[in-house]
Ligand binder design. Structure first.
Ligand SMILES: C[S@@+](CC[C@H](N)C(=O)[O-])C[C@H]1O[C@@H](n2cnc3c(N)ncnc32)[C@H](O)[C@@H]1O
Length: 268
């Protein structure tokens, strides 16, 4: 495994326990029946009853298991051994049928067989992937002809701003950066502190054109792209949470895209 991807894996492994215990993920609420999927995802993916669904970068499985509760036959994959171990334990505890596979996204064709009606991924996934062309090929590989891919993700524009500026959106990073960015930290979007021996992570910028062109090059047909002026985590300290669970800019400001969705189909 690439050294940078390995550093990310070790870091993500250390995040699993704190995330499981966090208010952000509210595992107790999930155990009582809470569905973790937001309304945009539910509308964009549609009825999953009787469908097979592959969830890429599933973390410890709450969204995967939420799809299972809605009637899908689910498979979740993540490269973090602790995340997959916890996802399996949670599925067993709750009696929810689900398959969880520990794998790097890029290695998945060698680890898993079959094809799916739906390939799904969301909320903080693309920045960890060095190569979107290969990512899109993996998606196409696992989709049945006629099946579709759905992603809800932070908008590439949201990645150019300084997360540490307490007052406003100030541009800090190049939208067109191709080199990986190195970060060092012991916090996450869900918790204020993580005990970790692996604080270094690497992230990649992916302009919108790269995301779309990767999927098109892999043979998928884009059905829709939507852009939204709100986001699923408090990545800037001045964002305000709305009743729908999304975080918005203050004073009704809606001039910057912070989230996008994309749905694409594999031709018959
Ligand atoms: C921000 S989390 C996704 C959050 C998830 N949607 C949720 O709400 O629980 C990103 C996930 O990507 C996984 N990941 C990062 N790089 C990966 C890779 N190359 N292959 C597989 N999983 C990866 C991490 O382990 C982590 O669980």
């Amino acid at each position: 495994m690439d050294e940078k991807v390995k550093a990310n894996m070790l870091h993500w492994d250390d995040m699993v326990e704190p995330h499981v215990r966090s208010e952000f993920y509210d595992v107790e609420g999930f155990k009582k029946g809470r569905n973790t999927l937001d309304k945009i995802t539910l509308e964009g993916v549609g009825d999953v009853k009787g469908k097979t669904l592959l969830h890429l970068q599933c973390h410890f499985g709450l969204d995967t298991l939420s799809f299972a509760r809605l009637g899908a036959t689910v498979t979740g994959i993540d490269f973090s051994p602790k995340a997959i171990k916890y996802a399996r334990a949670l599925a067993a505890e709750l009696g929810i049928p689900a398959t969880f596979v520990r794998s790097d996204v890029y290695d998945l064709p060698g680890q898993l067989s079959g094809q799916f009606d739906i390939v799904f991924t969301s909320q903080g996934v693309l920045c960890w992937l060095p190569d979107l062309k290969r990512w899109a090929q993996v998606i196409a590989h696992f989709l049945k002809p006629g099946g579709f891919f759905f992603i809800l993700e932070s908008h590439p524009v949201a990645h150019i701003f300084d997360n540490d500026n307490p007052k406003d959106l100030i541009i800090r990073y190049s939208y067109f950066l191709t080199e990986p960015m190195r970060f060092e930290g012991e916090t996450s979007y869900a918790v204020s502190h993580i005990e970790t021996q692996n604080p270094v992570t690497y992230e990649w910028m992916h302009p919108f054109s790269e995301i779309v062109n990767s999927l098109v090059s892999a043979g998928l047909i884009v059905e829709h792209i939507r852009e939204y002026p709100f986001i699923f985590d408090k990545r800037f300290s001045f964002l305000e949470k709305s009743q729908d669970g999304f975080w918005r800019l203050p004073d009704g400001r809606e001039d910057v895209p912070l989230t996008f969705t994309l749905r694409a189909v594999k031709p018959l």
